[in-house]
Ligand binder design. Structure first.
Ligand SMILES: [Zn+2]
Ligand SMILES: [Zn+2]
Length: 124
């Protein structure tokens, strides 16, 4: 380990508390004491450890804490980036429905949705 464990904990805590997926730039701005190259290193290490998962949107990579999330699927709002933890029942139903058609969800891949707040904004 060539980076500081405390910095790693700071990045993990920031992602854990955030209701939105954050891009590396957001994390760098919120943790100015941690250098940007450290942040990229920490993010890839957290991802390898399956504590964080990422997806790409508009050519930017966004990160979310999914460390205690092995039993359900995630959806993320394609408009505001809010991460939604689907309950286990819904996750099972979606997985089973796809499996019945010979399909499976890529573990890294979030289901892309529009959240209720953004839906309301669009209706206005
Ligand atoms: Zn979750
Ligand atoms: Zn939204």
């Amino acid at each position: 380990m060539n980076y500081n464990t405390r910095q790693k904990t700071e990045v993990l805590e920031l992602l854990r508390k955030s209701t939105h997926a954050l891009c590396a730039g957001d994390i760098i701005r919120q943790l100015p004491d941690v250098g940007s190259s450290s942040i990229y290193r920490i993010l890839s290490s957290l991802e390898e450890e399956s504590l964080v998962s990422s997806f790409v949107r508009n050519r930017r990579r966004f990160y979310s804490y999914t460390g205690s999330c092995s039993h359900h699927l995630h959806a993320s709002c394609s408009s505001c980036g809010t991460l939604i933890h689907l309950d286990e029942e819904a996750s099972r139903a979606i997985t089973a429905l796809l499996a019945s058609r010979g399909l499976s969800i890529n573990e890294d891949c979030m289901i892309s949705i529009i959240c209720p707040q953004c839906m309301k904004k669009e209706e206005r």
